[in-house]
Each structure stands twice: as structure tokens, then as C-alpha cells.
Design a protein around this ligand. Sequence first.
Ligand code: ADP
Length: 436
Amino acid sequence: MIKIKGKNVLVYGMGISGQSACKLLHEKGACVSIYDDEGRFASYFNYQKSPLLKKYDLVVVSPGIKVIGNQIISHFIMNKTPVISELDLGYLFLKGSLIGITGTNGKTTVTSLVGDIFKKSGKKTFVCGNIGLPITNIALQTDKQSVIVCEVSNFQLELSKYFLPDLACILNLAPDHIDRHGNFEEYINVKRKIISKKHSQKVVLNYDDEITNKILIDKKVLFFSKKLLNKGVFIKNNAIYYNKTKIISLNDIPLFGEKNLENVLAATSIAVKMKVKPQVIKQAIVEFKAPPHRLEYLGQVNGADVFDDSKATNVSSALASINSLGERGLVLLIGGLNKGFTFDEIFNKNINFDNIYCFGKAGQEVFDCASKYGYSPMLFPTMKSAAFYARNNAQEGQKILLAPACASFDEFSSYAVRGEIFKEIMFDNFEKIEMS
Ligand code: ADP
């Protein structure tokens, strides 16, 4: 535990994590100053217009702040002012068992499922982190008996130096957020920070992912796999096993698609490693409701099945949905704000798309890439216009999939809003919503 009482602390970045950090620091008796690149909360008395002019005992940086090339952060580091992440701050005041879940895709799904498993086991459970509830928000409510299930993003890990979960899980690693981290190697290095050399830490890794299966070879690792393993969590006889113990038949899993099977394997591994009983794990999986906008089945339009995977904001997650739906009759809506990808991996597989509708800021780039591989895509200025066209031209037997492989911010405030509007358009409610 660090001593905060009476210390001058600057919180940099006033999104929900920064606000929550301020609250914790206040409760612990710190003198809190705030600063935000976009001037949020600028009218507050403790807002610093020129944060570099004052000295601080500690600087807490929110995950929304880009670290590379940041002059404010460099200034404090050069002046030897301790700089920590919001994740670190929460961690330093946490009691109980901490589970940290990271990876490129599937974090929210796995974190929610692991949370459900522990709740079902009767533990006092907190589900927090990147999932939407900052760790600093719940830290002071935890006690020795608590289980804290924390979704950890790269943005949160980037500046962290103390955060050290009792169990660390990396689900998978594929290029993402290259616009922020510069390159894939740096992105992997940041993710790796969740694993420590400390032997008491438990580690869960994906055996089927060619990067995570090499990240740490150590007895403390529990691997999960869709293939048969000698030991670990794996699939045998159409069921999930932990070594010799059957956990659940695949037919009892209510989630759709291959990638969700990986997520269930990961959640099972975390739970068995933390000694949760197999029947509790099974029951929580059977009752689990996947979070929305993740390959969510919305219903039929003119006999075409409609899927919303607005959360597929990178190439690997979009590709995973495409693979889950199979090759026939697929109509793909793809585009938005490019996060630094090329789209070749989607179009070089010879998949027999019925149609490809490209949209948004990255629309032309996606269109050019698809054309290069012999497809005849169509280009739309926005997701809305692409969705209207998809609805009006839907045909029986098709699968219409929104899997943008891009961020949403060129047209929407979030992936969730993009998914909601897609749904409204596909099911004819959009004009009504716009008018009301
Ligand atoms: P995250 O929190 O890591 O972004 P989510 O559970 O919110 O993960 O899912 C994000 C996107 O990744 C969605 O498009 C979802 O369909 C897809 N996805 C979920 N699990 C996996 C997985 N194991 N591998 C690849 N893609 C996945």
C-alpha cells in the first residue's frame, strides 16, 4: 500500500477512469489536481491549465492518454516524478484474489463469463476494468475474501508498473491498435506485462495461438486448446475436459461460433485454476448470456439472417466471425475508421462472398483491397447507407454480417451505437428513431 494522505497528486485524463481515480484519491486524503488534453472539467477549481508548472508527488495517468510521444508524461518521467497508471492505483488499494484477463479479442466475453462463474460459486465478486467499471471505482470495497475479475486492455497496461494479478490470462494476440503502439512487437510487449516472473502467479494461456503458446513455458501455466492435450483444458469426445474431469458437453454451450468456444475454454481454465467446482462452472456456462454486438444474431430480413458484430474492430475478430458463419451466402459490411490495418487477410482466402459493402473513411481502402483479389465490392459513404442498401437487397438464404474490422469513430460515438443503428436500419425502425 502506498501512502497517499496529504500528497499532491495529478490525475491526467478525465474520462471515467480518471474521474474514478480522483474519487479514490480524495477518499484516501490526497490533494488532487486534474488535467485533460481536451479540457474536460476545466472549470473545476483544481484543474491545472499548465500542469507542467507545478510539482507533484505522484501522477496518475488514465488509459485514454496516448503515451508514446507524450510531452507531459516525458516531462514528469524526466523530473523523476512517479508516474503510474489508473490500473496501478486501483491495484495498490485492492484486497482479495485478482484475476487479470487480456488479449486482442474476447476479453469482455471471457471477463463476463468468469464473473458469472465466481458469482455462482458464492464468492463476493467484482467485475471491472476495461469492461466499463474502473478498478479504482471498486478497489476500496474489496476485502480478503473478494474475487476481482479485471478486463485489462493494452491502454491500461502501457504505463503500469505495479499491477500484478494472482492469475493472468492472455487469450490471443493479433495486430490491433497499431496506430497507438507503433508496431505489433511493441503491442505484444505491453500485453506481456501482465505476466510476472513471480512463481506464485497462476497463468492461463491459449495453446492454439502461435504467439501466446510461446510467451511462457513454465509449470505454472495452464494451457487451453480446441485440440486434445495431455494436460490442461481441452476438447475430447465433443466435451470440454480439465485433465480427466469432464466439465461440459459442447452441445450444452449456448454461445455461437468457434471463437466463443475458445472463450469458454479460457473461462473454464481460469475457474479450474482457481479451484471452482466443475458443476458450478458448467451451470454458469449454461446460463451465460453473451454481451451484445459480438456476432449477435438479430433475426431475419426477407429470409436473410442478420448478424451484428460491430465489436469486430480489428481484422482478426472480423475474420473470426466470417469463418464462424461459413462460406455460403455471406454479405459483408466492412469499413469505418482504420486503426492501421491492411485488409488482405480477409480477402486473400478466396471466400465466396455474395456481396461486399465497403463504407466510411476506410471504405476506399477496403474497396481497393477487395478488388485486388478479384471481388466486385460496392462503396458507400457511411455504414448507414450500406445498411439501407443491404436491407433493401436482402435475399433468402443470405447471411448479412456487420463485421467492420475498423473503429466506429468516423461516424458514431462507439461500436455499440454503430451496432444499435445497424439493427434499427435492418429492421426498419431507423426513420422512426431519427424522427422521435
Ligand atoms: P474484447 O473485449 O477483447 O474486444 P469482446 O468479447 O468484446 O472482446 O469481442 C470483441 C470482438 O472479438 C467481437 O467481434 C467478437 O465477436 C470477437 N471475438 C470474441 N472472442 C474472440 C476470440 N476468442 N477470437 C477472435 N475473436 C473473438
